[in-house]
Design a protein around this ligand. Structure first.
Ligand code: XUL
Ligand code: CO
Length: 439
């Protein structure tokens, strides 16, 4: 019996459609910059918010109505939920999904029982993947919910907890590999600290690096060739998260000789919590050759926490797609909806409205970004702005051919620097508006 009997597969109807269960902009086969929209986005739906989120908050319990879920932690309920999940993935035309180990299967009384539960649900996931053609974008391990991880997982002070975390990731990698996962993600849930008085930060960072190297070794052992990703986030749950932003992650990877094996999974709401725009994080990471994947969501302008909302803002999606295009796309990553419907949006159909609206916002953002790029409307200005480095003294600086003494001699002779030209920020913001209007 279908869980969503009144909803059929969402189709593209074009920008004039008033049907909230149709795409107005996301047209999977439409080609933009030589690639179909389907291949640009590789849209993915997350298991945790969409199938395990209840709408609970610190002030009250869940509100979500999920008629297919019997509310128990049984393996049977988990297997049934998996079938419902694939019905939703297919009806949204999402080619990918992503999970934490503990989203898909319940924990048992011991690690071996937990692993057996995971295998039993993985059987259904595998069956459903084969039936539907929906693929696994990435798997990950939840090492932040269980109380054993109160001090961290790879950065815990307790060696037994480190060992448990290693065993858990080993199993999550096995299942991700078995299901053909194209990436494996580490979000450093409780990998950070609250107070330095009780923390050996250097030792914790060394342990985290050891943990990642063990994961790289294990991937080789089992023949897993998917991309490893780490996901920057500055706050929540700890005050000082070790993976606080893209720059901190890149520095960590470089310091511990991990850059060959890891890229980044950037999340919009994490970027803004770090005091950055998402376009900043994408451009920074892209410049380092480490753009791996995107957790697509947005925060709220007025709230200072990780609200994980579905993005519908064309400025945001345009900026994201612009810098994703600039850096050659997402490779084995995708646009993964790490987003949850609001507590007040409690009906199953809200899950559809949310994804359809946001898929459309990204599709329109892609078209706007491609139009800006086709006219060289921003890059043209940027190359002109830096043109003093294209020849003469600027070219010599870039080529490393001059010293401080050479530059002093040059300037003593010239007397003063050439006059500056305007940065034209206001003009350029209006140029972006012009493309948003036109597409
Ligand atoms: C937490 C977050 C996680 C990761 C996966 O803020 O984004 O859901 O994406 O662990
Ligand atoms: Co995320």
């Amino acid at each position: 019996m279908p869980a969503f009997p009144d909803i059929s597969t969402v189709q593209y109807e074009g920008p004039q459609s008033d049907n909230p269960l149709a795409f107005r902009w996301y047209n999977p086969e439409e080609v933009v910059e030589g690639k179909t929209m389907k291949d640009h986005f590789r849209f993915s739906i997350v298991y945790w918010h969409t199938f395990r989120g209840t709408g609970s908050d610190p002030f009250g319990p869940g509100t979500a109505v999920r008629p297919w879920d019997d509310g128990t932690e049984s393996v049977e309920n988990a297997q049934n939920r998996a079938r419902v999940a694939f019905e939703l993935f297919e009806k949204l035309q999402a080619p990918y999904y992503a999970f934490h180990d503990r989203d898909v299967a319940p924990e048992g009384a011991s690690l071996s029982e937990t692993n057996a539960n995971f295998d039993a649900v993985a059987d259904v996931l595998e069956e459903e993947q084969q039936r539907s053609g929906v693929k696994l974008l990435w798997g990950t391990a939840n090492m932040f919910s269980n109380p054993r991880f109160m001090h961290g997982a790879a950065t815990t002070c307790n060696a037994d907890v480190f060992a448990y975390a290693a065993a858990q990731v080993k199993k999550a990698m096995d299942v991700t590999h078995r299901l053909g996962g194209e990436n494996y993600v580490f979000w450093g849930g409780r990998e950070g600290y609250q107070n330095l008085y009780n923390t050996d930060m250097k030792r914790e960072l060394d342990h985290l690096a050891k943990f990642f190297h063990m994961a790289v070794d294990y991937a080789k052992e089992i023949g897993f060739t998917g991309q490893f990703l780490i996901e920057p986030k500055p706050k929540e749950p700890t005050k000082h998260q070790y993976d606080s932003d893209a720059a901190a992650c890149m520095n960590f990877l470089r310091a511990y000789d991990l850059t060959d094996h890891f890229k980044l999974n950037l999340e919009t709401n994490h970027a803004t919590l770090a005091g950055h725009t998402m376009m900043h994080e994408i451009d920074y990471t892209g410049a380092q050759g480490a753009l791996g994947s995107i957790d697509a969501n947005t925060g709220d302008l007025l709230l200072g926490w990780d609200t994980d909302q579905f993005a519908t803002d064309y400025y945001l999606t345009t900026q994201m797609m612009y810098y994703i295009l600039k850096h050659g796309g997402l490779g084995s990553g995708g646009v993964n909806f790490d987003a949850k419907v609001r507590r007040e949006s409690f009906e199953p159909i809200d899950l559809f409205y949310a994804h359809v609206g946001s898929m459309d916002a990204y599709a329109k953002g892609l078209k706007i970004a491609a139009a800006i790029r086709a006219d060289n409307a921003l890059e043209g200005f940027i190359s002109e702005r830096y043109s003093s480095f294209d020849s003469g003294i600027g070219a010599k600086i870039e080529a490393g051919e001059v010293s401080f003494a050479d530059l002093e001699a040059y300037m003593l002779e010239k007397g003063d620097a050439a006059p500056n030209v305007s940065g034209r920020q206001e003009l350029l913001e209006s140029v972006v508006n012009r493309y948003i209007d036109r597409v």
